[in-house]
Write a protein that binds this ligand. Structure first.
Ligand SMILES: Nc1ccn([C@@H]2O[C@H](COP(=O)(O)OP(=O)(O)OP(=O)(O)O)[C@@H](O)[C@H]2O)c(=O)n1
Ligand SMILES: C[C@](O)(CO)[C@H](O)COP(=O)(O)O
Length: 233
């Protein structure tokens, strides 16, 4: 297989407000390991990345106690106020190291259940693609459009036949992704993932079907679910 030049960015500068925990959720523990360490080790042990950049919150004082702080493959930078700002900070930190055409995989620190087979499929399916893409899963629930009010009510049921949930990693070329994110942030265009920045730049990223158990730990009940998923892998 042709050699693929890959970099990894794992945004870990969030504060986990929805988790309502005593620390940012990436520093909660499963089997006595930081979630961030589980995520980083699963990715770094699954593919030959040229390097890994982890944007951290400027107030982060947990990092020095992580396993990853002692991993020579991992560098850190300071993240920003939104996820997109953190990812852009990491891209800027990789300037001079990554070439314009190198691939960058961006994966949420809060998704420790990512499966090595999904990662391998994403890389093999996209490594020759002109744009790149992302892991995603078809929506399995009936979706309702809400009308806000004292009690949220259904305004309509949405056709889900062409709706997928975006997961991570998301995989794009270094130069194209840095420009797309910079352009969006300059235009104050809200983007919640790398794909939407690439879409605003006129691209159509590829959707690579991934396991639906690639859970993003977001609310308190997700922690036990993630622990169960990891125990089964
Ligand atoms: N300014 C930010 C916000 C989020 N993230 C990271 O992006 C990932 C997905 O974001 P999310 O699940 O929203 O995490 P939080 O922003 O921490 O959660 P919340 O919205 O509940 O505060 C997480 O790994 C988080 O650490 C980041 O690097 N920089
Ligand atoms: C990137 C992402 O995980 C794809 O679904 C999602 O957009 C992150 O959103 P969040 O609000 O930052 O958790």
């Amino acid at each position: 297989m042709k050699k693929v030049d890959l970099w990894l960015i794992v945004p870990a500068a969030g504060i986990g407000q929805r988790m309502k925990a005593e620390c940012p959720k990436q520093y909660l523990k499963i089997n006595n390991r930081f979630i961030l360490d589980i995520t980083l080790s699963r990715l770094l042990d699954s593919a030959p990345f040229k390097g890994c950049m982890v944007p951290l919150n400027a107030q982060d004082h947990w990092w020095p106690d992580s396993e990853s702080a002692r991993d020579a493959r991992v560098q850190t930078c300071t993240g920003g106020s939104e996820r997109a700002d953190s990812v852009l900070s990491a891209l800027v930190a990789l300037e001079g190291l990554a070439t314009e055409d190198d691939w960058v995989l961006v994966h949420d620190a809060a998704r420790p259940c990512v499966h090595r087979e999904d990662l391998a499929r994403l890389i093999s399916m996209l490594s020759e693609h002109p744009v790149g893409g992302l892991l995603a899963a078809p929506v399995a629930d009936t979706l309702k459009l809400v009308e806000a009010g004292p009690l949220p009510v259904v305004s309509e049921t949405v056709d889900r036949s062409q709706l997928w949930r975006a997961l991570t990693p998301q995989m794009f070329r270094f130069g194209a992704l840095k420009k797309a994110l910079s352009d969006c942030l300059e235009k104050a265009q809200t983007v919640t993932d790398e794909s939407s920045a690439m879409e605003f730049s006129g691209n159509m990223p590829v959707l690579v079907e991934g396991r639906p158990d690639n859970l993003k730990i977001t609310v308190p009940s997700d922690l036990a679910l993630a622990e169960f998923i990891l125990s089964r892998q």
